[in-house]
Design a protein around this ligand. Structure first.
Ligand SMILES: [Cu+2]
Length: 163
């Protein structure tokens, strides 16, 4: 039983460490949030963890930061948005693990590059382990991520039972 408790403590410590080391990302770096920027390239050398922040810089009202689900992302449609802002400086705190989708909902902008996919991991490196925040909702997950999250939640239940 001791090993189960030790594992649980390790998981808790890992989540604290991640929270303490939260990173703030300026989306697009010097380019900001605008058309003609390859945001897939921008994310390609970065990892995102729960607690990190995304800062979108753009001209107020000229663009939007609209969080959508995967189908909204594919269709470049903000019709069923999860959140929306056009203030010019939008900060999004990544509170949930999984895949997050952002588009600009101004006509023509999303097809011209204003679409961003961010895969948020839990314990700094993997979606298949670590703790999962309770009460996660509002963001749809792909099937693979859902399975991983379910597995992680199952592991936590097992730990709780055997502690
Ligand atoms: Cu735009």
């Amino acid at each position: 039983m001791a090993s189960f408790s030790a594992a649980l403590v390790a998981l808790l410590l890992a989540s604290c460490a991640v929270a303490a080391a939260a990173t703030t990302f300026d989306v697009g770096d010097g380019h900001g949030w605008q058309t003609g920027v390859d945001y897939t390239a921008w994310t390609s050398d970065k990892t995102f963890a729960v607690g990190d922040k995304l800062v979108f810089n753009y001209t107020r009202k000229a663009h939007t930061v609209t969080e959508v689900n995967d189908s909204g992302y594919s269709a470049c449609s903000g019709a069923n948005s999860l959140s929306n802002d056009d203030s010019g400086a939008t900060t999004v705190t990544l509170t949930m693990a999984g895949v997050h989708y952002f588009i600009c909902d101004v006509t023509g902008h999303c097809p011209n590059g204003m679409k961003l996919t961010v895969t948020v991991t839990v314990a700094g490196g993997s979606t298949t382990g670590g703790t999962v925040p309770t009460g996660a909702s509002g963001v749809s997950r792909g099937p693979a991520v859902s399975a991983a999250v379910a597995a992680a939640e199952g592991a936590l239940v097992a730990l709780a039972l055997f502690s």
